[in-house]
Design a binder for this molecule. Structure first.
Ligand SMILES: *Cc1c(COP(=O)(O)O)cnc(C)c1O
Length: 376
């Protein structure tokens, strides 16, 4: 990832947009936020977008808007950014963590169905009210199957799109499939602010209005709270930057896909397992994640050549110290999640990576493979 390269690529436009906000004198909830909300809603293909303070807050406010809170259970994956699970607890609900399909790293709908049944049968029984599919690494979760499970069990669906701006499922962008969806504009995401930011999107005007009020103390008119809200606003500077970046998102996602195609082709015969995209989905490669039982040695190899490879994420949420003793797990535990976390590593991936840099990455992996064969 290289947030600075993304700023430099659009420097004049961004500097101009920032200067206009500085000189305009409106810094919170002004014309830039309103314009970005309209443009982003149109991009996703929904009627409403509401700019908020972060992706975590977007998930939190989406849950509150749906009326989900204490006594409710919300199913999601443990193989995700901790923010997904933190947001469920912020809303006062209980996370129920479900295993993934190891080939695509996203929630396994069959495990979801089992978890819902087990939750009904086991005291202390709180009902599963909602599910948060996470479109991890830019690849859509199996929305067809998850939406079918949700319909059967009357669950609300909140899509976590924090890593998947512009990804689609059966030709429709993610964020337009569930009841409501959350996006993050953290500086490393595919659509990135120069600071924190997030958005909630939905087709439902009542839900959008609730999020709009919740983000500013429940105010309908200034200084009069209609219900207890919070302060979670996207600011004008970030909205102005995001309006510039949104115009380049499609080209940048296409570049990510081109780099992924280079990796796919060059590494097809290598020892690392390559990421799989479902035919219904359009992957936008927030990360290009490979698997290898010798992952730690690969990281060391790259480290020796001056390139730090990251793991997204080294520990699933349910094994992290804060959650270890209290995470509620689906029956059978999360064996795929745990196995995957031992083997994954993310290759360099951002739209400003050059062809020659991508080629170098693949050459290092292939020569590391040859050294292993010789060493064996
Ligand atoms: C980044 C991220 C979030 C949280 O977004 P913030 O803007 O950092 O609060 C939530 N879910 C996933 C999957 C993420 O990658």
């Amino acid at each position: 990832m290289d947030p600075r390269a993304n700023y430099l690529a659009h420097r004049e436009e961004i500097d101009g947009a920032i200067r206009a906000v500085l000189e305009g004198g409106r810094y919170i909830l002004g014309p830039e936020v309103a314009a970005f909300e309209a443009e982003f809603a149109a991009y996703v293909g929904v009627r409403h977008a509401v700019g908020v303070g972060s992706g975590t807050e977007a998930l939190h406010l989406a849950l509150l808007a749906l009326g989900i809170g204490a006594g409710d259970v919300v199913a999601t994956a443990s193989h995700t950014a901790v923010a997904t699970v933190a947001a469920i607890e912020l809303a006062g609900a209980t996370p129920l963590l479900v295993d993934i399909e190891p080939r695509t790293f996203t929630m396994d709908p069959e495990r979801l169905e089992e978890a819902i049944a087990a939750q009904r049968a086991t005291p202390p029984s709180a009902s599963v009210r909602a599910v948060i599919p996470v479109h991890l690494y830019g690849h859509p979760a199996d929305l067809t199957a998850i939406l079918a499970v949700a319909r059967r069990h009357d669950l609300r669906v909140i899509e976590d799109c924090a890593q998947a701006h512009g990804a689609s499922w059966n030709g429709r962008r993610v964020g337009a499939h569930g009841d409501i969806a959350a996006f993050s504009f953290y500086p490393t995401k595919n659509l990135a602010a120069l600071g924190d930011g997030g958005a909630v999107v939905t087709d439902d005007p009542a839900l959008a209005e609730r999020v709009r009020l919740l983000r500013e103390y429940g105010w309908r008119e200034r200084y009069v709270s209609h219900f207890a809200g919070t302060n979670s606003r996207l600011d004008e500077l970030q909205a102005a930057v995001l309006r510039v970046k949104l115009r380049h998102l499609e080209a940048e996602n296409a570049r990510r896909r081109a780099i992924a195609a280079m990796y796919d082709q060059a590494l097809a015969g290598s020892s690392v397992a390559l990421p799989r995209a479902r035919t219904e989905g359009r992957h936008v490669y927030h990360q290009y994640v490979v698997r290898s039982p010798r992952r730690d040695a690969l990281i060391e190899e790259f480290g020796g050549r001056g390139t730090r490879l990251l793991i997204h994420y080294p520990q699933p949420v349910h094994l992290q110290p804060a959650y270890r003793t209290r995470a509620r797990l689906a029956p059978g535990g999360l064996p795929h999640t745990e196995q995957v976390c031992r083997e994954i590593v993310s290759l360099p991936m951002h739209p400003h990576l050059t062809d020659s840099q991508a080629r170098t990455v693949t050459e290092w992996i292939l020569s590391w493979d040859r050294a292993a064969v010789k060493g064996a």
